[in-house]
Design a protein around this ligand. Structure first.
Ligand code: HEC
Length: 114
């Protein structure tokens, strides 16, 4: 095999393992099992305020997957700490694996915004 072909083959292998793309179906299952949909809705369009809290649930539908994954990783690392007392986003995101986050991000980003 040509050296350059080998190189391209190797480079694409490395990129695909380093940035494993989110899986829509797994993301949907995770969004249900982790109860993300209880607050964000099945399609991530839910924006209802909770109880006496002032802040409403942010829109997830149609946001770029990279943005959703970044915010979840920020919650996970507690770089972003939610000020909504009952959502505990940091705790929830902290329990997700890096791949879970990619999958969930792929699912919500593919949803139509309405
Ligand atoms: C109890 C309600 C509740 C549940 C359950 C919940 N969230 Fe949230 N989520 C919120 C609220 C409220 C915020 C805004 C928090 C803040 O910034 O103070 C938020 C913020 C977010 C954000 C940031 C969006 C943005 O544009 O700023 C993402 C992404 C997110 N949630 C995804 C998830 C995922 C994935 C799950 C399941 C693992 C989940 N949420 C479970 C209520 C919830």
């Amino acid at each position: 095999m040509h050296k350059i072909t080998l190189l391209i083959f190797f480079a694409s292998y490395v990129t695909s393992t380093a940035f494993a793309e989110g899986d829509y179906d797994k993301g949907k299952e995770l969004a249900k099992s982790w109860e993300c949909i209880a607050c964000h809705g099945l399609t991530g369009n839910e924006r209802r305020p909770e109880g006496p809290q002032i802040q409403s649930t942010p829109m997830l539908a149609g946001q770029p997957a990279s943005y959703l994954a970044r915010t979840l990783n920020q919650f996970k690392a507690r770089v972003r700490v939610d000020d909504h007392l009952s959502s505990k986003m940091s705790d929830r995101a902290g329990a997700l694996s890096g791949q879970d986050i990619e999958d969930i991000a792929a699912y919500f980003s593919a949803q139509k915004r309405y």
